[in-house]
Design a protein. Structure first.
Length: 166
């Protein structure tokens, strides 16, 4: 069901001026005309991505890898095959969104033991089901992608949680 919001022409003009001031203060280059007839079109135009200054996200650099937040990828930085992950030597690993978010959380807490519930709360949110095995499944998927031969980067600390050793 759609809702209709009615306001006088004077109220519409005040609202348009307020929106215009707010958009300009936020750095958007846009102008809203005082004509209520064009208001919807102009507001939509202001929110067009072409008017926004979207900062480019910088890859997170960790160990021998770059974690790219724009493409959800993990890229090796070194060309020496002995020091680079055996699975991703010279190639880019594509991560699913939750794999990326999980890896990012583990990287920010590298070399620390983190229990499942903390991971679940921080990556999936506070309303997530504590009885799900989604953390275990995503950890297993990341392990396959981060496999370095005999060296395991993502360790299970039995009865406690997980630890990313870098």
């Amino acid at each position: 069901m759609s809702e209709v919001f009615l306001m006088s022409a004077d109220g519409q003009n005040k609202l348009l001026r307020f929106i215009q001031k707010k958009l300009i203060n936020d750095g958007l280059k846009c102008q809203i005309l005082d004509s209520p007839k064009n208001a919807i079109h102009k507001v939509k135009e202001c929110f067009n991505l072409g008017y926004r200054n979207i900062p480019k996200l910088v890859p997170l650099q960790v160990a021998d890898f770059d974690l790219n937040p724009e493409e959800y990828t993990l890229t090796p930085r070194k060309t020496d095959a002995a020091s680079v992950n055996a699975n991703i030597a010279g190639e880019i690993v594509k991560l699913r969104k939750k794999e990326y978010e999980l890896l990012q959380f583990l990287i920010t807490n590298k070399n620390r033991i983190i229990n499942r519930n903390t991971i679940l709360e921080n990556v999936w949110g506070p309303d997530s089901n504590p009885f799900t095995n989604t953390v275990d499944v995503h950890i297993a998927s990341l392990r396959k992608k981060l496999n370095q031969g005999d060296q395991v980067l993502l360790k299970t600390v039995h009865g406690v949680g997980y630890k990313l050793e870098l």
